[in-house]
Design a protein around this ligand. Sequence first.
Ligand code: PNS
Length: 183
Amino acid sequence: MIAIYPGSFDPITLGHLDIIKRGCRLFERVIVAVLRNPHKTPLFTVQERLDQIQQSTQHLPNIEVDSFEGLTVNYAQMRQAQVLLRGLRVLSDFEAELQMAHTNKTLSTQIETIFLATSNEYSFLSSSLVKEIARFGGSVDHLVPQHVALDIYRCYAQNHPTSTLTRTNPVPPLNQSPLDQEV
Ligand code: PNS
């Protein structure tokens, strides 16, 4: 079976990686799919996120990293995938995730959503939280892969004491609370 793991991944966290690694043990192939969403102002471009995910998962043999736009089920059908993989951290994720799974089921009865419980140590973690910590000069070394942490510090260079690089394009404002539903 082929599974799609869709998301924003702005940026990928150790929580995402936990789901990806475990998904790779369960499925023949896992396609990590970054949504190209014109309505959001991400910290990283789609290409930057693809590179970050690629670099974080290069040790996994049965993984592919891609981007898509439009409906996830349409993309899954196009890729001949049978499963949408999502992580569930805490109870507050459940409502939105269930709504999404039911909506997707109405769009395609052929595609199943399978949830993996995020490992306990990452159950608090979200991309938004990572951005908030870094934005205020905190360390995110324990929350994201090392190369992603460096990318983040570059973005928030003015606030981070160890960063010497500055980003040419402006950093977008944090428009989401850390408690938002990014997995
Ligand atoms: O990482 P995120 O932001 O929680 O991922 C959400 C995502 C990308 C999985 C979801 O927004 C999505 O599938 N968007 C594509 C549009 C779509 O298919 N909508 C119908 C299902 S709600």
